[in-house]
Design a protein around this ligand. Structure first.
Ligand code: SF4
Ligand code: SF4
Length: 487
């Protein structure tokens, strides 16, 4: 069982001490085997069934983690205090520096085994280490290459494989999600979850299933958006909008708000009917072929329209679409097109700030805590634009959340496949959100919204939540603040 690191006790202090001048992994003197023994004690899920399979050498020649990028790490440890898994476990091999060390070992002599994969699997891909690194180490490229190697070369246990297949055969497909939403509605309407809890049955279900149940969003009526929406007044831009998968089915109101705001700011908005998943979930999980196919299809779909920009309102999707140029670099048919496509991709708040506001903002006297989604703040460097979009609304009190750089534990599919670590991070984030004392929470990623809501619920709390663009939309439409606070 993981030792709790609540930021006040010894483990956290130890983590901080270790992070400052802790030396390189070589100084620490941990080989992979020794590190694994420590991880067995310190890392959640130590008792899980592993495959026992080993691949040697660890990596094949198709895009192994780049040695030149690995060598840029100077082992300074500045990234350690911002790494959520290091903060939780205090384990060198669950830090960015440790994982880079393991990648290097994989390139040299170590096989890819259960222990090494465990340390890679526990990484949330939050990229807080990229923000913190003074040497500019491109950890995002390293972990992406490593995850693809793991998915291709490592044989997961049958249970793990089946669970992941279930996720990847459901979430990227809006039509399948809609089918799943129907029984979910009944489940919620008849309060089956609370009955199972009261009967003690829920506690006997596997942790991953319980985590999924806790994260279930309310199934709303889907708001359809037209394929083309004209601008209000003079046309300033013609933009496309990614409607997403989970976003389209469970957060369609965010898409509808995005279209209204863009149109109010003078954009003609196109929502291509044939669009599918952008591939973000698959990319972050190392499912390379699948993610490339999603990327190609997305490029094909949006290229048919003559667009100035492609607007995204989900942080994880935006960060992946900005990477298409890199992901498709080997594909002669798509490499150049992918670069051009990526250059057009903008997060909605990034785009609104570049465009400059012209529509009138009505006052919204409300205090909001703004939560930085990792794939917006760390992966795309977008921090000021959502805050600025909120502050442009008269009466808005935007508050910061303590430990803003630490991930909430959502991280794509992380909170489903690593429920214990995700739960600890979620609870930590929920407490920090409550400490901000705001009336509502604002964040730009559906995963964060679900994770923080579930974590607040565990603490017996709840609060209104919205995407920044929903708040801007409420202001443009002159909605009363009470309506906003009902979300
Ligand atoms: S991506 Fe996040 S969890 Fe992974 S090593 Fe970097 S800071 Fe740690
Ligand atoms: S990844 Fe960057 S911050 Fe972390 S140890 Fe290496 S050089 Fe230092």
């Amino acid at each position: 069982m993981t030792e709790r690191r609540n930021g006040e006790g010894l483990p956290q202090d130890k983590a901080m001490t270790n992070s400052i001048g802790a030396g390189s992994p070589e100084d620490v003197g941990q080989g992979v085997g020794e590190a694994s023994e420590l991880a067995e004690e310190a890392t959640v899920g130590a008792g899980r069934r592993e495959s026992g399979k080993t691949s040697f050498p660890a990596f094949d020649t198709h895009h192994p983690p780049d040695k030149a990028l690995i060598d840029e790490c100077v082992h300074c440890g500045f990234c350690l205090p911002t790494c959520p898994t290091y903060v939780l476990f205090g384990e060198e091999m669950d830090s960015p520096r440790g994982r880079i060390y393991l990648m290097n070992k994989g390139l040299e002599e170590e096989p890819l085994n259960d222990q090494m994969v465990r340390h890679f699997d526990l990484c949330l891909g939050c990229m807080a280490c990229v923000t913190a690194c003074p040497a500019g180490v491109q950890y995002e490229k390293l972990i992406e290459a490593t995850r693809a190697q793991v998915e291709r070369r490592y044989e997961r246990s049958p249970e793990d494989k089946a669970f992941r297949e279930m996720i990847f055969n459901l979430f990227p497909y809006p039509n399948r999600l809609r089918l799943a939403a129907a029984p979910m509605k009944l489940y919620q309407r008849f309060g089956i979850g609370s009955r199972l809890r009261k009967a003690g049955i829920m506690d006997r279900l596997p942790a991953r299933v319980r985590a999924m149940e806790a994260l279930l969003p309310e199934v709303p009526k889907e708001e359809k958006i037209p394929e083309t929406t004209p601008p209000a007044g003079e046309k300033r831009r013609r933009v496309g909008i990614l409607t997403g998968c989970v976003q389209r089915v469970f957060f369609s109101r965010v898409n509808a708000a995005t279209v209204r705001v863009l149109a109010a700011e003078g954009c003609e908005v196109v929502a291509p009917a044939g669009q599918g998943c952008c591939g973000a979930l698959s990319t972050h999980a190392g499912r390379e072929e699948e993610s490339l196919n999603f990327a190609r299809k997305t490029i094909d779909t949006f290229e048919e329209y003559d667009l100035d920009n492609v607007i995204v309102n989900a942080a994880g999707c935006g960060s992946t679409m900005k990477e298409y140029g890199h992901l498709l670099r080997d594909d002669p048919e798509y490499a150049e097109r992918a670069k051009e496509f990526s250059a057009k991709v903008k997060d909605v708040t990034e785009f609104l700030q570049e465009l400059g506001p012209v529509a009138e903002r009505h006052p919204l006297p409300v205090s909001v805590a703004y939560h930085d989604a990792c794939h917006l703040a760390h992966a795309q460097g977008i921090r000021s634009q959502p805050r600025q979009s909120l502050k442009q609304i008269p009466g808005m009190d935007v508050r910061e959340i303590r430990e803003a750089e630490i991930c909430c534990g959502s991280a794509g599919i992380y909170n489903m496949v690593e429920p214990e670590a995700a739960s600890e991070l979620g609870e930590r984030k929920a407490k920090n959100v409550l400490a901000a004392g705001a009336q509502m929470l604002v964040t730009a990623n559906p995963g964060c919204t679900l994770q923080i809501r579930a974590s607040l619920k565990k603490l017996g709390q709840d609060m209104p939540m919205a995407h920044p663009v929903e708040v801007v939309d409420a202001s443009l439409r002159g909605e009363p603040v009470e309506t906003l606070l009902q979300r």
